[in-house]
Design a protein around this ligand. Structure first.
Ligand code: 13P
Ligand code: SF4
Length: 311
């Protein structure tokens, strides 16, 4: 079927088509916490970047469908050279991942010969290939603590790098990258939310600016936020709204408020049900990484996974 035909079907029709393709093709759908609710409920597993990478290593499915942004599908492909990894929209990139090139990383390394490069997974395969180790927002502090250097070039998120710097005595050389969704939050959002929901604790993602992080009660990845949701009747949540929708769906008797209802990652929302059905039927778009780059990027990812064993 063509994409236009899928777009004319109901959610129920699309959902049963997706389920049928998953069965017949031995496919697993891995979804990030920021996906739209219809995708979240159809995903076999939902998680943060670390969990998705761990699941990609563990799955025995023949086809991996990554519902998220391109770097996540690339990570799955880097870790699974023998499997087909697909993403439903080639345009679904992470703008922050485009804020570092391998040439820029190599140039920074030449300026700091004693430093090691820790790159956030929100990077291209080419940047991972020139990095010593990767990290996610779940394990960035642990990874930086564990690497064998006192000086770290932290690529590409300046806010996450600054947060890590506040938790370690190592010297962190910051990069000028940022996430357009989390950079929108300001300390005034925190004040407003505290006024609207007195006494409710606030959790924010470490991609938020330092003046937001400093005012929050908790700072953690989207996976860490789901753990907090299990422990609190109410929370104000400073990240993309897809995660807040997941919390309210999974805990209908509790209240989770977005720190801002405008925190929407357009790139994450490029995946929808018609595109997922079309991608499964046609097994596209296949995400491939040139072998030489893949092998070097795999080294940096595997080093991270060894420091953060599976779910
Ligand atoms: P998490 O790994 O915390 O889910 O973050 C991924 C991401 O892209 C945040 O913007
Ligand atoms: Fe990238 Fe920000 Fe979207 Fe996450 S929320 S995928 S960091 S643009």
């Amino acid at each position: 079927m063509h994409l236009d035909e899928y777009a004319g079907l109901t959610v129920e029709e699309l959902s049963s088509i997706v389920e049928e393709f998953k069965r017949s093709k031995n496919a697993v759908v891995l979804g990030h916490n920021y996906q739209v609710p219809e995708i979240q409920v159809l995903a076999d597993y939902l998680g943060d970047s670390l969990k998705l990478a761990q699941l990609a290593v563990e799955t025995d499915a023949e086809l991996i469908v990554l519902c998220g942004v391109r770097f996540m599908a690339e990570s799955a492909a880097i870790l699974n050279p023998d499997k087909k990894v697909i993403i439903s929209s080639l345009e679904a990139g992470c703008p922050m991942a485009d804020m570092a090139t391998p040439q820029q990383v190599e140039a920074e390394r030449r300026k700091h010969p004693g430093a090691l490069v820790v790159s956030y997974v929100n990077t291209s395969a080419e940047v991972k290939a020139v990095s010593d180790v990767c990290c996610t927002s779940s394990n960035a502090v642990e990874v930086v603590q564990a690497v064998d250097a006192d000086e770290i070039i932290f690529v590409p998120d300046r806010n996450l790098g600054a947060y890590v710097a506040s938790k370690t005595s190592k010297r962190i050389i910051l990069w000028e990258g940022h996430c357009y969704v989390h950079s929108m939050f300001g300390p005034e959002d925190i004040q407003l939310a505290r006024g609207e929901h007195p006494g409710v604790r606030i959790v924010v993602h470490p991609e938020c600016p330092p003046d937001v992080i400093n005012e929050a009660d908790f700072v953690t990845s989207t996976g860490g936020m789901m753990k907090l949701a299990a422990e609190h009747d109410e929370l104000i949540v400073g990240t993309e709204i897809g995660l807040v929708e997941r919390m309210n769906r999974e805990y209908p008797d509790r209240n989770f408020y977005p720190l801002s209802a405008f925190a929407v990652c357009r790139n994450m929302k490029m995946t929808d049900l018609p595109r997922l059905a079309f991608a499964l039927e046609h097994e596209q778009y296949v995400v491939e990484v040139p072998e030489e780059t893949r092998v070097r990027a795999q080294r940096a990812l595997v080093k991270m996974l060894e420091m953060s064993p599976g779910p």
